[in-house]
Design a protein around this ligand. Sequence first.
Ligand code: IPE
Ligand code: IPE
Ligand code: MG
Length: 234
Amino acid sequence: MENSLPKHIAIIMDGNGRWAKKRFMPRSFGHRAGAQTLNKLLKEADKIGIEHITVYAFSTENWTRPKDEVNSLMNLLREYIDDYIKDNETSNIKIDSIGDLSRLDEDLRNKINTLKEISSCKKGLNLHIGLNYGGRDEIIRAVKKMYGELKSGSIKESDINEELFSSYLDTNGIPDPELIIRTSGEMRLSNFLPWQSTYSEIYISDKLWPDFNIKELNKAIEHYKNRDRRFGGR
Ligand code: IPE
Ligand code: IPE
Ligand code: MG
């Protein structure tokens, strides 16, 4: 039997740099095109009834890139948020973030909080943006929170199970992604959702992220629908 439409799709938006290079343009040009691709795709994904999309926008490892690229990514994020706030009334999309925001500049953190507030009443697709997100970092932060609560006595050792642990992760309340898509042909997860992806189906697209579109998303969903998901059973 075919699998039904995934509730949650997680996307590793990779290949902006290569897309720009092919056009003899700076990497920031590729990142800008990538942001537009995301906007278009979200509207389409909302229409077809996807409930959650998590996107990997900036990893804990991406700080190791040259400073000018990190700055241009942060400025693009500022613009992206400002545009969303400006067009807020026409949008149906509810936005929040996963990742450790404490390393971001204060003005950006404030913008992100405003964005979360103004989109909290939206009824459409839930977009979760990975910002300074790293799966190992997320797990370590979860362990520290849990340790604090163990020490204070609000939980006890025998309470600890997979469900409780999940509730300390940034993805608390979000179902695990049934499908993870990575663009640009790269076959790795790069520290994306290690806890949540244990039984996700993985789809690799050869398209560079700025060239990804609803047709490609539908292709990935069709593949997903025909996968035999066994979860260790038979
Ligand atoms: C993905 O594109 C965007 C981020 C990682 C921020 P890349 O910048 O990784 O593009 P490539 O992989 O170099 O082509
Ligand atoms: C993964 O892409 C991170 C994001 C898309 C934000 P990278 O381009 O950073 O990953 P690697 O370096 O190829 O593993
Ligand atoms: Mg890359």
